[in-house]
Design a protein around this ligand. Structure first.
Ligand SMILES: C=C(O[C@@H]1C=C(C(=O)O)C=C[C@H]1O)C(=O)O
Ligand SMILES: [Mg+2]
Length: 469
């Protein structure tokens, strides 16, 4: 006779506490149940006070997986060096190998799940702007809503220590669920009211682009991505839930994400997948090469055709396709790359787009793919190491998590990371927006300035700012 969910949960907790005693270490307990909830933002907002600074949101463009996390039972942070990917992975493997799961235990992106990101460059210090995030930051949430396909699942995670009691935990789980179900409806999303919008050092940035073009013409540097910053000010603290609501409505072809740390929130709508791993199938996206959208259908088609045949953008794009294909070749049994790019038409901008798919070799993890791929020439440049050093020397901004890998990993070998572009760092009533572009031999400061101006628009639109033409 099947035991009740409550009994299964209690028995699972008891075995997790016993395991903690045997190992004399903390053991992750995770209970997963199906629930009815089709509004993940309401779940996110329900945690606005109680879990402030410990929330995250993720929705992929196909809306196959939406994940909202509240609170955290464990924060993983690795040292800021080249080993960071393996360090985070090692801590995660230890926690998931000892984990005890009850309830629905075979659904992707449910149960114990790690969500977070890495900075673009582990060799730059996180000063004032990104000090809440540091070089990397990952959460295992206390409470998590996953909508997989069309079904909602609630995961409750607890970290059991040797001297914990089952009773305490059952009371905690029941109290949390009561809080959540009471507060799931009617969470007002606060409006954000803009009072200041300022480009940071626009003329200096253009001079840097001109310097980079000269360097590309005279050295072995082929491409360098240079980013710039826009500062926004608001009447009161920005509600990240409202920003997410706008992004979901306005950017249907992008990953919608947020990651809170302390009082700050990194939020965005990125069109660019770094790596998705589903079993042994792996997917990446090459997205370099950009053009504004047309004012009407006819102009838009013309501009798209122009982009598909523009040598400068095709070269910018090809650097990315070659690098990602080679990175896949080294860890895949099979790699499939289309012969040429098509167009990805987002709301404000269109890009040259080449999807890459592969069958990964046995035992290759998503963290190894992240390490092999980041930064692609779409975020850094070519040669990779030289471009990253020159970005450090030329770019007048602290990228932090902008253009870095951000995403999730579950305990079933699945996960997905995107790169954190078309994004903003929100700090109370201020925000820094970031936008970069691939500088190649044929780049000009004015054209790249216009291109990066358009790339600010997804966040400007979501925050109520004045859009760039
Ligand atoms: C770096 C960014 O965008 C990247 C650069 C692109 C380009 O230069 O054409 C296009 C898409 C992205 O790979 C950004 O949006 O900040
Ligand atoms: Mg470009």
């Amino acid at each position: 006779m099947a035991i009740s969910e409550e009994t299964e949960q209690f028995q699972g907790l008891a075995s997790a506490i016993q395991k903690a005693k045997d190992l004399n270490d903390q053991v992750l307990f995770s209970h997963i149940k199906k629930i009815k909830c089709n509004n993940p933002l309401s779940f996110y907002q329900a945690g606005r006070e109680r879990y402030a600074g410990e929330r995250f949101f993720w929705e992929d463009p196909a809306k196959e997986i939406t994940i909202t996390g509240l609170g955290n039972v464990k924060k993983l942070k690795a040292a800021s060096n080249a080993e960071r990917y393996r360090e985070v992975e090692k801590s995660w493997i230890k926690l998931q190998n000892d984990a005890v799961k009850t309830g629905v235990t075979d659904i992707e992106a449910t149960g114990p799940l790690l969500y977070g990101g890495f900075s673009f460059d582990y060799e730059t210090d996180s000063t004032l702007l990104w000090n809440q995030f540091g070089d990397n930051l990952f959460y295992i949430p206390a409470f998590m809503l996953s909508i997989v396909g069309k079904q909602a699942y609630l995961t409750t995670n607890l970290l059991c220590s040797p001297d914990d009691s089952e009773k305490l935990f059952i009371d905690m789980i029941n109290e949390r669920e009561a809080f959540l179900f009471e507060s799931l409806d009617g969470n007002e999303l606060g409006a954000n009211s803009l009072v200041m919008q300022r480009e940071v050092e626009p003329e200096e940035w253009k001079r840097t682009v001109a310097e980079a073009v000269q360097e590309i013409k005279t050295t072995d540097l082929d491409k360098i991505v240079l980013a710039r910053e826009l500062r926004l000010g608001f009447e009161r603290s920005i509600d990240s839930g409202k920003v997410l609501e706008q992004l979901i409505a306005e950017q249907p072809l992008s990953y919608i994400f947020s990651l809170e740390a302390g009082g700050d929130c990194f939020v965005g709508a990125t069109p660019e997948r770094l790596i998705k791993k589903q079993g042994n199938e792996v997917f990446s996206t090459c997205l370099a090469g950009s053009m504004r959208r047309g004012k009407d259908e006819q102009e838009d088609v013309c501009l798209g055709e122009e982009l598909l045949h523009d040598q400068k953008n095709l070269q910018e794009h090809q650097y990315v396709v070659s690098m990602i294909s080679n990175a896949f070749d080294s860890v895949c049994e099979k790699v499939m790359v289309p012969a040429g790019p098509t167009l990805m038409k987002n709301r404000h901008i269109q890009h040259l787009y080449t999807p890459v798919r592969g069958i990964s070799k046995e035992g290759v993890t998503i963290f190894e793919f992240v390490e092999n791929l980041h930064p692609t020439p779409a975020m850094g440049g070519l040669p990779k190491e030289k471009a990253v050093v020159r970005i450090r020397e030329l770019e007048g901004l602290e990228r932090g998590f902008y253009a870095g890998p951000l995403g999730w990993v579950d305990t079933y070998g699945n996960g997905e990371f995107a790169v954190g572009i078309r994004s903003a760092l929100i700090q109370n009533n201020e925000a820094s927006l970031f936008a970069g572009c691939g500088v190649v031999e044929e780049s000009t400061p004015e054209s790249e300035f216009r291109e990066t101006g358009i790339k600010f628009n997804p966040m400007l639109s979501a925050l109520g700012g004045n859009l760039n033409e």
